[in-house]
Design a protein around this ligand. Structure first.
Ligand code: ADP
Length: 191
């Protein structure tokens, strides 16, 4: 299975990604998490990424693409993967198409979580208190939403044309959202 989970910042992608990935026994690959790990380890990639992340801007495609390519090449991703936070730009969509095509596989599905903008801001501000992420201040959250609407939301249309998008209502309890996703992906619940 090769899947993407999309949705605006704070839509709950990371939370749901874990359940989906566990079910299909594939790694959930979050570009945000990989960048954050590099920032905390102080690697050159982390130093480069941090200035964009702190401002709510996207890290340049070239840097992000290279990182994802390396991660997908790891043995645990040979049977599939779930991407969370990638692709986010037209150039990243093209790059990912190339990466998957190269391995002779195809993209199975794109899960799009839809949420209410204002609900998101309050979710993210709450997360800021719990996790203390540097990019969870109100100004930066608003900027991330703007960048998402401009750069990433249009990509959903691209995938819709391929007929692989499942739009899922991301509002409500975590397990309700998970159930909706599994339902859309035709996953039979384990009893
Ligand atoms: P969010 O919760 O806002 O969706 P993530 O944790 O996925 O955020 O990512 C945090 C930050 O990492 C982004 O605001 C961006 O700076 C950077 N980032 C993550 N994925 C990408 C990507 N595919 N392309 C460019 N930048 C990215």
């Amino acid at each position: 299975m090769r899947l993407i989970i999309m949705g605006p910042p704070g839509a709950g992608k990371g939370t749901q990604a874990k359940f989906i990935a566990d079910h299909f026994k594939i790694p959930a690959i979050s570009t945000g998490d990989i960048f954050r790990a590099n920032v905390s380890e102080g690697t050159p990639l982390g130093v480069e990424a941090k200035r964009y992340m702190d401002a709510g801007e996207y890290v340049p495609d070239e840097v992000t693409n290279r990182m994802v390519r390396n991660r997908i090449d790891e043995p645990d991703a040979a049977n599939g993967f779930l991407l969370d936070g990638y692709p986010r730009t037209v150039a990243q969509v093209e790059e990912l198409d190339g990466m998957i095509e190269f391995t002779g596989h195809h993209l199975d599905a794109v899960v799009c979580l839809t949420v209410d903008q204002e609900e998101i801001v309050s979710r993210l501000l709450q997360r800021a208190q719990v996790e203390g992420r540097a990019d969870d201040t109100e100004d930066v959250i608003r900027r991330r939403q703007e960048v998402y609407l401009k750069e990433t939301e249009p990509l959903i249309e691209t995938y819709k044309k391929r007929g692989i998008v499942h739009e899922i209502d991301g509002m409500g309890e975590v397990d309700e959202v998970t159930a909706r996703i599994f339902d859309a992906l035709d996953v039979v619940p384990e009893s």
